[in-house]
Design a binder for this molecule. Structure first.
Ligand code: ATP
Ligand code: I3P
Length: 293
């Protein structure tokens, strides 16, 4: 499979098909989720459609049902990929917090992951119990990365040799984001400018999107993809936790989250990315690869 899985745990949720002759390219199949299928249905009729992989409906294979999606890596040679998890509250929906309070199961796997990253993160009580609740773990992840402050975090980067770097979770400042973007693009101005333009176009489309106005977007990513031919594109992916909001008139997407507000902070993240890319796209910026100037 050429697609990248940041989470090996979920690899089994995906199937990749070869492109058929006479079609535009390959398709990938993602394990069916009603929430995600509903979102993709709406998105195919929304101004955001050009920013989302084309959705071709459902297919059943054996006992499992899958969502058919355009393969965003189709036709690219040695693609370089960056997955940015968007929003100030990337991982948890409000109802998950409520559930977690009533059913505070201790997770030893999450405790282990926490200790591996920072042995001093769990409290004395959590150390004693050898476990943390899921909501505690997810909130800790959000607040110890740029998620809570910059409204997004870089989950991982796959370079053209296929190796995956996941050392970006501790990034907290815009200056560190800029360094990561320079690493990701290998300082190629054309690619940085292409990403910048694409994000500005996305920002416009979001303003006109009924889908965006009416949905709490949680756990969604922007997938940045380019290859050696300097083709560069950004896509919105993963809508498995994106849900409609009944009183949508109050959703702003650009304010911090307070419990009950259902705000996701998606636009805070987009603005951070645009700010960083616009600084790099400035004409006189001297941080590009000299050969490519
Ligand atoms: N349409 C697509 N074409 C090619 N690759 C894709 C496509 N959609 C997703 N991917 C790849 O698969 C990865 C995981 O996608 P996604 O987030 O939708 O799945 P997930 O199973 O919910 O994973 P996660 O646990 O990372 O949230 C993305 O980072 C990307 O590399
Ligand atoms: O990326 P990490 O640090 O390994 O942590 C996982 C990640 O936050 C997933 O989003 C989450 O699944 P959901 O998105 O489905 O909540 C999963 O919970 P899980 O183990 O309960 O599935 C976590 O273990």
């Amino acid at each position: 499979m050429t697609m990248m899985h940041w989470s090996l745990r979920r690899q089994s949720s995906w199937v990749q098909l070869a492109g058929h002759q006479g079609t535009d390219g390959g398709e990938v199949l993602k394990l069916y989720s009603e929430v995600e299928a509903n979102c993709l249905d709406c998105l195919m009729r929304d101004p955001l459609r050009p920013f989302v992989p084309q959705y071709h409906g459902l297919v059943t294979k054996g006992e499992l049902c899958y969502i058919r999606l355009e393969d965003l890596l189709s036709g690219l040679r040695k693609p370089v990929i960056m997955d940015c998890k968007m929003g100030v509250r990337w991982t948890y929906q409000e109802e998950e917090l409520v559930k977690a309070r009533t059913n505070a199961t201790l997770r030893s796997d999450m405790y282990q992951k926490m200790v591996k990253i920072d042995p001093s993160a769990p409290s004395a009580e959590e150390h004693e119990q050898g476990g943390v609740t899921k909501s505690r773990y997810l909130q800790w992840k959000d607040t110890t990365s740029s998620t809570a402050t910059l409204g997004f975090r870089i989950e991982g980067i796959m370079t053209e040799d296929g190796s995956v770097q996941r050392d970006f979770r501790k990034i907290m400042t815009l200056a560190q984001v800029t360094e990561a973007l320079l690493f990701f693009t290998r300082r190629q101005r054309e690619i940085l400018e292409a990403y910048h333009s694409r994000l500005l176009a996305l920002s416009d489309a979001l303003k006109n999107s009924l889908f965006f106005r009416t949905h709490e977007v949680i756990g969604s990513s922007l997938l940045f993809v380019h290859d050696h031919s300097s083709r560069a594109n950004v896509w919105m992916i993963d809508f498995a936790k994106t849900t409609p909001v009944s009183d949508a008139s109050r959703l702003r997407h650009n304010v911090p989250w307070a419990e009950g507000s259902r705000e996701d902070g998606y636009l805070i993240g987009l603005t951070s990315l645009i700010t960083s890319l616009s600084q790099l796209s400035e004409k006189n910026n001297d941080r590009f690869c000299p050969l490519l100037l």
